[in-house]
Each structure stands twice: as C-alpha cells, then as structure tokens.
Design a binder for this molecule. Sequence first.
Ligand SMILES: NC(=O)c1ccc[n+]([C@@H]2O[C@H](COP(=O)([O-])OP(=O)(O)OC[C@H]3O[C@@H](n4cnc5c(N)ncnc54)[C@H](O)[C@@H]3O)[C@@H](O)[C@H]2O)c1
Length: 465
Amino acid sequence: MNIAVIGAGYVGLVTAAGLAEIGHEVTCIDDDLGKIQVLNAGGMPFYEPGLEDLVKRNRQAKRLEFISQIEHGVAKCQAIFICVGTPALENGEADLSSVELVARRISECARGYHLVIEKSTVPVQTGRRLQKHFGIYKSNTQFHCDVASNPEFLREGSSIEDFFHPDRIVVGVDSGKAAALLEEIYKPVLDQSFACPVHENCAPRSRVPFVVTDINSAELIKHASNSFLAMKISFINMVSDLCESVGADVGKVAEAVGLDKRIGGSFLRPGVGFGGSCFPKDLQAFVRVGQGAGCDFSLLQEVERINLRRIDLFVNKIKNELWVVRGKRVGVWGLAFKPRTDDVRCSPALAIIRRLLADGALVRAYDPQAMEKAKAEVPQIEYCADAYAAAQDAEAILALTEWEEFLRLDLMKVRHLMARPLIVDGRNMFSSATLAGLGFEYVAIGSGSSAREQLFKTGTVRAGG
Ligand SMILES: NC(=O)c1ccc[n+]([C@@H]2O[C@H](COP(=O)([O-])OP(=O)(O)OC[C@H]3O[C@@H](n4cnc5c(N)ncnc54)[C@H](O)[C@@H]3O)[C@@H](O)[C@H]2O)c1
C-alpha cells in the first residue's frame, strides 16, 4: 500500500521504516528541512539502535523516501499516519497545533478517499475533532476520509523490536473499511510473517493481539497505559523513601513485589524519577482531560508530585555527602532520560545538573549518545570524551542513566582518578558490596543502610533488630 507518514521523529521514522520493511511504499514527510536533508544524505537525525540499517535498506529498495512538502506526498497515499509532536502546553494540556496544521495541509491537498491515522499521542476526542475539521476545511469536494486512532507504544532504545514484536496493536475506528485497511497494513506484523530484521534466528511467535475499538477508547488507552506505568514508578519511589528511613532494602522489596504475576516486575526500579518526551507530558495531559470531564484524577496528580520531588531528594542526597557544593567538581555519568537513546527531553539528569550549577558546582559529564543534544540544553558544563574523563578529580560521581557501558568500567581506575571516591547512584546500577570492596563510598536510592547505621548509633535499634 502507498502510505504517507507525517513527522520523521522517533515515532514517525521508526513507523516509516518499519512499514517499508514489511513491504509498503512509504513517503515520510517532515517540515524540518534540515532533518529531510540529513535523511536524504544517508544520515540519521537521532540515535536509535538498528534504525539506520533499516532506513538504509528500505531507501535502497526504493520503498522509503523522504520529502518536506505534505502536498507532494499525500495524493498518492491511501493511508496517512500523523506522527508529529504533541508537547505539553504551560497548563499541562497537549499542544495539538502541529496536528491541526497537518490536518489543514491534508484538507488543502487531498482528493478522493484517504484513511487518516493519528499515531501521535492525543487527548480523547481528538479524532472527533479531526473528522469535523476535514468536513469544514476540505478544499476538494471529492476528498472523503475515515479518521482512525492507532496509538504508538514503542519505547525509545528498543523501538525497532517494539515495531516488529509489539504486545498489541490498538486501532480505534468508526468504520469497517478503516479497520480492514489497518489490518491489511499491519498484517505481516500481526501474523509475525515477515523476515525479522531484529533477531537472527527469530523463533516463531503467536499472532499479535489486534484490539479494534472506537476512536475515543483507543486514544484513552494510550494515556491510560502511560499513566499506569508512571504510577508504578512513583509507587516504588514512594516505597523506596520509606525503605531508606526505616532500614529496608527497596531492591529486595521491589523484586518480591514484582514476582506477583498480578503486579509484574517491570517499572518497579526506584531512582531519580521518570522523564522523557512521553510520561511527564502524557500524565499531565491525562490529568487535564480527567479534570475537564469533571473526574477526580488526584491519584495521577500525586504520581506527578512524587516524581518532581525525586530531583529535590536526590540533590539533597548529594548535598548531604558533599556538604558545601560550591566550587566542587562533580562528574556525571549519563544525560539521556534512559539508556539506548540520545533523547534528553525532560531528562532527570539535566534537571539535577541545573540544580547543581545553581549551587555553584563544577560539572563534567559524559553520555555515550546524548551529549550533542544535552549541549543544546546545558551548554555551560564540560562534556568529556569518556566516563573516566568525567571522573577525573571529581569529589563525586553521579550515575544518572543506566547505560551498560558504565557497568563495564574499570572501577579501580575510576577510584584512582577521583579526588574523593564517592558514587551517588540515581539508578541503583551498582552493587554496594562491590563498590565498598573497592574502597568507594556508595550512596544509592532506597537502601536502608545509612538510616540503619544512624539508628544503631542512637541506640534506637539493636543489632539484629
Ligand atoms: N518518542 C516516543 O517514545 C513516543 C512513543 C509513543 C508515542 N509518542 C508520541 O508520538 C508523537 C511524536 O513523538 P516523537 O517523539 O516522534 O516526536 P519528535 O519531536 O521526535 O518528532 C516529531 C516530528 O514531527 C515533525 N513535525 C512537526 N510539525 C510538522 C508538520 N506540520 N509537518 C511535518 N512534520 C512536522 C517535527 O519536525 C519532528 O521531526 C508524540 O505525540 C508523542 O507523544 C512518542
């Protein structure tokens, strides 16, 4: 099928390349000329494992092209995926101006039938508004369309895996024709019948659940899913604070809680909180939607509040160790909001760095992929060639993104490079026993040891208590 994908960001580019890989003819459109030029020159506008090969292969096979003008791509395409950004407005609502602009362009140039699919994360009832919009603004009477919602659940860092082996594909439609077209588009993924570009010997897999629902429900499923995951993170962070003050080990607590199949172990890692371009803004947008409908969404407001407090708590931990921060050299390992991406949008690492800079710290940072993007956000720190350089003469290392590379470091070497061998671990990446054995001072999240020692000293608990 001829398909247009509008937006060549993390979602659009993966969708375009994935759809081309399963046999469609895809035109990927972005109004950022620089991005289109980079892609047409064979480069990548951002880092995502496996994406470069996928794009290259499908461009060579002439199944994937990149252009900047919507009107040059839409006419020949039966299906049009909208994958533009929907960032948060100041009041927390989703900014739908890019979606609206794209809809306006489509209305101006579309002829005949098109299926317009919102893949961007949008508030419930956006599909309804799009339908109305097309009715009002279409400039050609022959243009008629179905609008569908097809929320995206990919995770940056493993988005190629997620495209080809999703947990489910959700489509919100209000016509049988739209459902049938979406099923046809995704057929190879639903049947798992493609030559897998991710795994060398891809084991046969069962059919992917295809959830067909109304448009409102599909839109709501995306916000509800992300809010639930954010809630799990804030929940375990709340529990980790208790562990820290009463002398329990949140690692063990999370492990055992997660072994309950009804709960599951993922997203139960305590740390400096969630960030990225999705969870914070989707949570806010969902709260606004709930409030707008007169529902009590205070549960999710609390999730957000707990997450914001993670930064204060972590900065306090650092200050507790360093006492006076001003003039002290601090090394930072990790800038991206999570590993295997260069995305620094709403990254807790940058929030922590900004706080330390305000307190007069001298920050030297290293990230395997995210330094270019971080430089645009926080230009005033020193960016280092590797993790060892960031540790040089530092009075503390802050581990803020759990890149595997950090686990393979020669920690003895790190210790000798540092002015004071202190690691403050915002992701609980390291083993306290290993680091203590190497002579480090180690501060993690939610490990009750420091509080416990304090209680022993004051005689509040007895040994073995
Ligand atoms: N990034 C993720 O992990 C993820 C996962 C699931 C869903 N989503 C959702 O998908 C949507 C896109 O997210 P993203 O991370 O890919 O954003 P992004 O910022 O990386 O990409 C958006 C792209 O749209 C382009 N664009 C904006 N306005 C345009 C226009 N008028 N015409 C053509 N192109 C235009 C931008 O230039 C940009 O390249 C958002 O709604 C987001 O919430 C993101």
